[in-house]
Ligand binder design. Sequence first.
Ligand code: FER
Length: 256
Amino acid sequence: MNRQISNTSGHPHCGRVEIVEYDSTTVGTRRKVRVYTPPGFTRDQEYPVLYLLHGIGGDENEWFEHGEPHLILDRLYGDGKLMPMIVVMPNGRAMPEDRAEGDLFAPEKIQAFERFELDLLHDLIPFVEANYPVKTERESRAIAGLSMGGGQTLNIGFSHLEHFAWIGAFSPAPNTKSPEQLAPNPQETAARLSLLWLSCGEEDDLKYVSDRTRAYFSEQGIPHVWVEESGGHDWPVWRNGLSEFSQRIFRSVRGE
Ligand code: FER
C-alpha cells in the first residue's frame, strides 16, 4: 500500500493523517483517501471507523485542510472525551476526474456524488477493512459529512443501516433525498439507529433541507439530536459538528 504521511509530529499524544490509495472498481481508477489514526495507534487493537465526507467544493483534502479534524480529535482524546477511532476522509465525487474543478454543479459531477455510494460500499470499506485493524460490525461504523457530504451521509446511511449505526449530517445539501424516501419505515429506522445527528447554521440558505428532514423525524418518532448553530454555511458549524458527533459515537447505546 502506498503511504504518504501528512502530519507526523512523532508525538505520542498526536494522531496521524496519511494519504493512501485504493483501487476502485466502481470508478475504474486508483483513488486517494485520507486516513486519521488516533494517538497511540497500534495494530494490536481493533478500532471503529468514522467515514467523514466533504462538500461540493472539496475532495479528500477538504476536511484536513479546512476542518483540521486531527487537531479536534487529538484534543478530545487528551480530554478523555473520545473513543479511539479511525477516521476515513474519502473523495465523494466518484468519477475519474474527481478534482473540485470547473462547474461543480455539472450534472455528471452531481451524479458522481450519487455513485459514491457504490465506491464506498464495494471498494473503500473493503479496502479499509483489509488494510487497517478495524471492527466490522455496524455498531463500529459511523458516517458523517458536511453539506453535499451531509446529503450523501443521510442517503447512504439510511439505505444501509445494515452497515451504519451512527449517522451525522452537518448542513445537508439539496442532494438529500426527501424524508419519506430516506425513512419509509420510520419505526424500523428508529429501532436500528444508535445516533442520528443533524446540525445546521441558523443563517444557512440550505437550512430548509435540515428543517424538512428533522420535522419528519419528529413527526415519525425517529430519535435524533438537532442542533441549530449560530453562523452560516461554514467551517465553524462543521468543525463543531465533528467535535460533538464524534464524542457521542461508538459508545454503548444504553449509556452503560
Ligand atoms: C445545491 C446547493 C448546494 C446543491 C448542492 C449544494 C445538489 C452543495 C453545497 C455544498 O456542498 O457546500 O442546490 O444541489
